[in-house]
Design a protein around this ligand. Structure first.
Ligand SMILES: NC(=O)c1ccc[n+]([C@@H]2O[C@H](COP(=O)([O-])OP(=O)(O)OC[C@H]3O[C@@H](n4cnc5c(N)ncnc54)[C@H](O)[C@@H]3O)[C@@H](O)[C@H]2O)c1
Length: 353
């Protein structure tokens, strides 16, 4: 007989509400976490095709998969579908999917009729370790990633890693980027787990996957509870994301793949601006190179800089860029788009992969 899956729970204390995160829970048991009143499900076509029979028995709104649907047009479509389903202020919106579904579902629920309750069954590694936890919800506007959004905690997040059995390899590996990020900015031991269990992680062995998800959500909880609305500390979670977002847009990479490139740039700058020891920098770089995250693109300097600069205009000329001064410890560095451009050019000249 298969051993019963391990389940661990934590509560993330938001300023307005608590968010329950269940690691090792099962999609088939989602009913246990749902309220008595009306529930409507939001999912994407891939997840629906694979798992609809395991969904709780409620109306389902299905949207196309992928980053390109993270738009206000999709949000409007979902509002209309909710109205058709007879949704009112007591309706609970359940997002079942990866980071895209969680980001959209959270935003729709937070704005429909001035806010309805919501929760997630998180179905990708990336969304379990990062996107579904912490209450950032939103959509893109043109080239601007996550420009439109709200902070609002889901009532619960169910992380069912059994669903990874159908997750394409590339998507699974993409999720590893955010785990590496936590190791670099906050918890060096996560990287040791990476190094010692590389093969088990590759094979998606349940025990090690459970540990990766559990440790990641605990780090996210700790950071978010200290700074839910990203006035300071929470910015460390953006390590690798300034260039990552631009590279994601320009080269059409998956989120985690692009963040991996962004982390390499941030490591390079950390050596120059935060005294990161070259040995540590090399160790971090090797881990990223060995993770399978890099797609062998030739970064398009001009386009990436252009998107990065436009993206950063939204917060004025000063950029809060995250560096590490040692593995496991992040520091904030205030800079300008121009300085970042120079560092990016230098980094491009020395890459050897
Ligand atoms: N809100 C946050 O704090 C936060 C943090 C990090 C990332 N994000 C966002 O998360 C998004 C990326 O999330 P993602 O990587 O989960 O992408 P995704 O939601 O697009 O999912 C990836 C792909 O896997 C498919 N899929 C999902 N679950 C599956 C399963 N179990 N089996 C087979 N296929 C499955 C989806 O249909 C999709 O095609 C980005 O938009 C990013 O900006 C948000």
């Amino acid at each position: 007989m298969e051993p019963a899956p391990k389940i661990q729970e934590l509560e993330l204390e938001g300023k307005k509400s608590l968010s329950r995160v269940v690691v090792g829970g099962s999609l088939r048991n989602t009913g246990e976490y749902l309220p008595e009143y009306q529930v409507i499900i939001l999912t994407d076509e891939n997840v629906y095709d694979l798992y609809a029979p395991d969904f709780p028995a409620f109306p389902v709104i299905v949207i196309k998969p992928g980053e390109s649907v993270k738009t206000l047009a999709t949000v409007e479509f979902i509002y209309t579908e909710l109205v058709k389903c007879g949704a009112d202020r007591s309706t609970f919106l359940l997002g079942i999917g990866g980071g895209v579904i969680c980001d959209i579902a959270g935003f729709v629920a937070s704005t429909f009729m001035r806010g309805i309750e919501f929760g997630f069954v998180s179905t990708t590694l990336l969304s379990q370790v990062d996107a579904s936890v912490g209450g950032k919800n939103g959509v893109n506007l043109g080239n601007f990633k996550n420009l439109i959004g709200v902070f609002n905690q889901p009532s619960f997040v169910l992380c069912d890693y059994e669903l990874f059995k159908t997750l394409p390899e590339r998507e699974y590996i993409s999720g590893l980027a955010e785990v590496i990020k936590y190791g670099l900015i906050r918890e060096a031991s996560l990287l040791e787990l990476f190094a010692s269990k590389t093969e088990d992680i590759r094979q998606r062995k349940e025990e090690v996957v459970h540990d990766l998800v559990w440790q990641s959500v605990n780090i996210k909880k700790e950071v978010v509870e200290k700074d839910e609305f990203e006035g300071g500390l929470r910015r460390i979670l953006n390590f690798g994301h300034t260039f990552g977002h631009a590279i994601e847009k320009v080269h059409g990479l998956l989120h985690g793949e692009a963040v991996a490139y962004g982390m390499l740039v941030a490591l390079y700058i950390s050596g120059r601006e935060a005294n990161l020891d070259p040995v540590e920098s090399e160790r971090a770089k090797s881990l990223i190179l060995a993770s399978g995250l890099l797609r062998k693109i030739k970064p398009d300097k001009n386009q990436i800089i252009d998107v990065m600069k436009k993206d950063k205009k939204k917060s004025g000329e000063k950029i809060h860029f995250i560096l590490i001064d040692t593995i496991g410890h992040a520091v904030e560095w205030e800079t300008t788009p121009e300085k970042l451009e120079n560092f990016f050019s230098d980094w491009l000249k020395q890459i050897d992969f």
